[in-house]
Design a protein around this ligand. Sequence first.
Ligand code: ADP
Length: 326
Amino acid sequence: MSNKPRCLVRGSINVDEFFHVPSIVQPGETLSSTHYERRSGGKGANQAVAVAKGGGDVTLVGAVGSDGNWVLDGLKQVGVDISSVFVTQEEPTGRAIIQLTPQEEAVRSVLFTHLLLQNEIPFASTLSALAHAHRSGATTLFNPSPIPSVEQLRIFPWSQLDWLLVNQGEALSLLRAFNSQTNESSQNSHISIDIPSSWPSRPEIRAAYLLLHRLRANTAFSPKVNLVCTLGGLGVLALLNSGEGLYVPAAKLNGPVKDTTGAGDCFTGYLVAGLMEVETDGRIESLAKDVVERILRRAIEAAGICVQRPGATESIPYRTELPAIE
Ligand code: ADP
């Protein structure tokens, strides 16, 4: 374990292709596209960019095809360490499941303090990286997007995880998977919660907070996990492993919402960069509530800037663009 905080993102690197057409194509119709655009994508790459722009040192471990060198150039430009990305000659970027062994070796050779995972690579690779990181004392974070299968959620080793980052839909899918496993729906549906009086009295916030409490209480889950749930334009909720709850409203926007595509990834990367600043000597089992609140507020500010700009990674602001948080 290294003392200098470094985040390892083990995840996907894709090429997203956009064909701009004059109208929506009808069955049997052939349309010529007026404009073709390719952008680098993949949740692994996007979140790594957000960690880097948020001020954290970050190494990405994943794979690209030999057609993907321009993607790597873009990642390098914003400060992502791509020296452990595996370039395969056999497969084009992000269009196939690529052989795992070299990446698993890369995960073991990098010194890191934080591991960030999504669900766009084979599940076995995610589990392997998580087990290794947990053993080595790193802080582990998982953004289960796209949502894994019920079977995968049931076998996931939750006790190896420190932070679970979800949106409301993902939180609900998790609860349903757990309830079908433990038959607990009748038990924990009666959990009652107190909403702090300082929070806005909105039913959506109440419902999401209740959802987090039900997840936490489920015997298939682990109470050691800190839960963070983004609520789109309503902001973010957290239920810490201390049992304390936090709500941070969305950022006040200066202009209209342009593109929410990368907002979740931007939020996630900034959250990790924030944790890296306070966990300089490795994992802290239970962070103070006010420390987490500051980190969430900064991530919310970054996501607020992100939704006002087009694009998935270009829209992620640099730390210097954020307003000061007192
Ligand atoms: P995901 O895209 O992963 O579903 P959300 O839609 O919850 O994630 O958005 C992530 C974060 O982006 C939110 O917590 C919020 O900070 C910000 N955000 C999203 N939509 C808006 C919006 N309409 N106005 C302000 N902030 C937003």
